[in-house]
Design a protein. Structure first.
Length: 257
């Protein structure tokens, strides 16, 4: 049985857990390591951590924070943020992280994904693709606060060809809205790919997980707000569905090998 996965995605800024809406206005939520401990207790499938402060030009990776996450997490951990070189990837993996996410660096250095996959194995290399529609309604890769020339579908195919083992699709305009996933975007990409795809951006309920898995093609659903806030009034309460809830909304769409 290939199980669909439901993955909390945490944003860290200056060692603090935050949440954004459409990549803007980060709001303080709490202490990131304590949050990871709570997710341990709730037996989450996996945890993704993005350090958005490390992603800024001139910033450095906080390896100490990554080490603390790796020490506390009993589940598989994926880290992204400020990863620019093979040396960065090697250091992060040695800290006990299972997967490393490349974002802007994979755009700036078009050889990095291929070199990383060859050096460390495709299963450890994830590419995160932030996506936003342009004025013509085309999905484009979004980086450093603006649209790039890269069409999302073409870019996804290129990183797959270079050896990326997984793709995270992050819908910028759905981020933090709790209005549901951009199913059109996800289907556009997954119809062309063979590697696992994680959909992110927009989850606000268990029904949203049901809908994204029902659309077909995704390996996992990532989310932030729905696991951080109690309701759409945004009262902070770290939470995760019980196994029975996941069985009702998610396991229905697991595939049998």
């Amino acid at each position: 049985m290939i199980e669909n996965r439901v993955i909390p995605v945490l944003l860290v800024q200056d060692n603090k857990l935050v949440k954004t809406v459409k990549f803007k206005r980060p709001v303080y939520i709490g202490e990131p390591i304590n949050t990871a401990k709570i997710f341990n207790d709730k037996e989450v499938d996996e945890l993704v951590v993005f350090d958005i402060s490390a992603s800024k030009p001139g910033s450095e990776i906080n390896f100490q924070l990554i080490s603390e996450f790796a020490s506390e997490c009993f589940m598989p951990l994926c880290y992204g943020g400020g990863v620019r070189t093979l040396s960065d990837i090697e250091h992060i993996l040695k800290l006990g992280v299972e997967k490393v996410s490349l974002n802007t660096a994979a755009i700036v250095n078009d050889q990095l994904v291929e070199e990383a996959a060859k050096a460390f194995g495709s299963s450890t290399i994830v590419v995160t693709m932030d996506v936003k529609k342009d004025w013509r309604g085309r999905y484009r890769v979004y980086s450093r606060g603006k649209l790039t020339a890269c069409l999302a579908e073409e870019y996804a195919l290129s990183v797959q060809a270079k050896g990326a083992g997984e793709l995270i699709i992050n819908a910028v305009d759905r981020d933090g809205t709790m209005e549901g996933y951009d199913i059109e975007l996800v289907k556009t990409i997954t119809n062309r790919l063979s590697i696992p795809v994680v959909a992110c951006g927009g989850a606000g309920s268990l029904q949203d997980f049901h809908d994204i898995f029902a659309s077909g093609g995704v390996f996992a659903a990532g989310a932030g707000s729905v696991f951080i806030f109690h309701d759409k009034k945004r009262s902070v309460l770290i939470n995760y569905p019980s196994q029975s809830e996941l069985s009702r909304y998610v396991d229905l769409f697991s595939e049998t090998e």
